[in-house]
Design a protein around this ligand. Sequence first.
Ligand code: SF4
Length: 258
Amino acid sequence: MTTCTPSSIYGPVASWRLGRSLGVDLLCIDSICSFECIYCQLGKINRVTKQRDVFVSTEAVLDDLKRSEWENCDVITFSGSGEPTLAKNLGEVIEKVKELTGKPVVVLTNSTLLFVPEVRYELAKADTIYCKLDAWSDDVLRRVDRPHAGISLKSIISGIRLLRDEFDGFLAIQTMLLRRPKRFELKRFSEILYCLEPDEVQLNTPSRPVPKNYFLESRGNITESDSNSSFLKTLSKVELEGVRAKLAEFTKLPIITR
Ligand code: SF4
């Protein structure tokens, strides 16, 4: 196990959905994910993997938490330097964080490991889970999320569906759109969302700069670019609202945009 030098706790950061959100980063030794999304605010994923491991010990996270100003946050959110379900101690840390703080716990996942029963069991200890789903075809998945080998849209969708069956808390789908889907794509995406029965769909377009390289501070809320980062060309507010309205009409689900 590697000792984590930077703190595994960051923020609180202002979140459009969650209020003052204190971040827990179980991966803060590097950027570690099973995706390499082209819009990733971390910039570069240095370790692309689907292998679970303990990257930061539970004791180290709890020590960092005790030293933080956790009393001033509304929620505690597991996100940080990559995909939190890659951390084998995720369930243990969620339990201990809840015991220590009594605060609601939110986990942001890219949904790639949800087909693993242990991962779903650990995640179900959270109060709220945001599941990423950016694609309606394997082609879109490959272009936008650039997954590790062996990850398919089918395994992601069936993982979210299994989690929905097992998890009683609030489950939202988070979708990042880089272009306006064609009509047949909207239909296909609507069918997928309808089958997943989420409590909410959060539809967005990337608004944060994409750095060239990973640096620890990029796990927070950085909104301005510099010479080391750039903004992507994305949908306008009007285009995003158009997609939202169509998906809401087709699915009858609560679909929100920022
Ligand atoms: S899933 Fe999240 S952390 Fe991983 S590459 Fe995509 S945006 Fe970055």
